[in-house]
Design a protein around this ligand. Structure first.
Ligand SMILES: NC(=O)c1ccc[n+]([C@@H]2O[C@H](COP(=O)([O-])OP(=O)(O)OC[C@H]3O[C@@H](n4cnc5c(N)ncnc54)[C@H](OP(=O)(O)O)[C@@H]3O)[C@@H](O)[C@H]2O)c1
Length: 251
């Protein structure tokens, strides 16, 4: 698949920034969403003959972001299209009883509410297009395996996996004869990004698994964002994308 419309959240740093650079290809319109924009992506878009629309907005206000996406999609001509829900916000690693409510709430809104509402807006707006439409939710091994000190993150990613399963059922069994979208919630592997810095740097008395994250780095087991982006985007392009709604890029 070579979509001409790609929507990507969390494109300013880490895995999302690397995916944005790789998604900027001739003839494609990339819409990015994050709180910050990277002007270097504008230059890259011009060099590559791609179109870039960069929105700086806070996905903690998910209904506003979804409404804006719906309006934007309504103005686009039908095309093969992908939505990549990549943005996530880690609350400070610590037992839930020590967490700050505002931080926990933002983590769940950005990581779970926003992907759910953006997926709804995307599926609704493109439903009659008759094109190849895909939703890739960037999940984590921690959606499938619990870890103390990261309850909000585990909840976000487990929720993402499970709503992807339900969505895949809805889209694959269309009784109205329409072409359904394909959905995958994909664990991307461990990647050398700010999120890993936050996990390694966490207070060990409140997050003992911080030592494991430090070992991942010292043992050279973290992928670069560019390597991880290549793997994730190769998965997104697969012919059999969506056959298994919950997957891991490591196979
Ligand atoms: N790194 C890993 O080892 C690893 C492992 C498994 C899964 N993942 C998943 O991979 C994805 C990318 O992670 P990463 O490591 O690249 O994270 P990261 O370096 O922390 O980057 C997170 C991205 O999300 C955006 N974001 C955060 N809060 C936002 C908000 N309120 N509104 C809009 N955008 C927001 C950030 O942009 P702004 O700050 O500009 O808003 C940034 O672009 C996440 O879903 C993560 O859970 C990562």
């Amino acid at each position: 698949m070579n979509p001409s419309i790609a929507i990507l959240t969390g494109a300013s740093r880490g895995l999302g920034r690397a995916m944005a650079a790789q998604l900027l290809q001739r003839g494609r319109h990339l819409l990015t969403i994050a709180r910050h924009a990277d002007p270097a992506l504008d230059t890259l878009a011009r060099e590559r003959g791609a179109t870039l629309t960069a929105w700086t907005l806070d996905l903690a206000d998910a209904p506003a972001a979804a409404a804006r996406l719906a309006g934007w999609l309504a103005a686009q001509p039908p095309a093969d299209a992908v939505l990549v829900n990549n943005a996530a916000l880690l609350s400070e690693p610590a037992p839930l009883r020590d967490g700050r409510d505002a931080e926990l709430s933002a983590a769940v809104r950005v990581g779970l509410e926003a992907p759910l509402l953006l997926s709804a807006a995307f599926l609704r707006a493109t439903d009659g297009w008759g094109t190849d439409r895909r939703v890739l939710n960037v999940s984590s091994g921690l959606g499938r395996r619990a870890m103390a000190g990261s309850a909000s993150y585990c909840a976000v990613k487990a929720g993402m996996d499970h709503f992807s399963r339900a969505l895949a059922m809805e889209e694959s069994a269309r009784s109205d004869g329409r072409r359904g979208a394909r959905i995958v919630s994909l664990a991307p592997g461990v990647i050398d990004t700010d999120m890993q810095v936050q996990l390694r740097g966490a207070d060990r008395t409140r997050f003992p698994d911080g030592a494991m994250f430090e070992a991942l780095q010292t043992e050279g087991r973290l992928a670069t964002p560019e390597e991880a982006a290549r793997r994730v985007l190769a998965f997104l392009a697969r012919e059999d994308f969506g056959t298994e709604p919950v997957a891991d890029v490591r196979g």
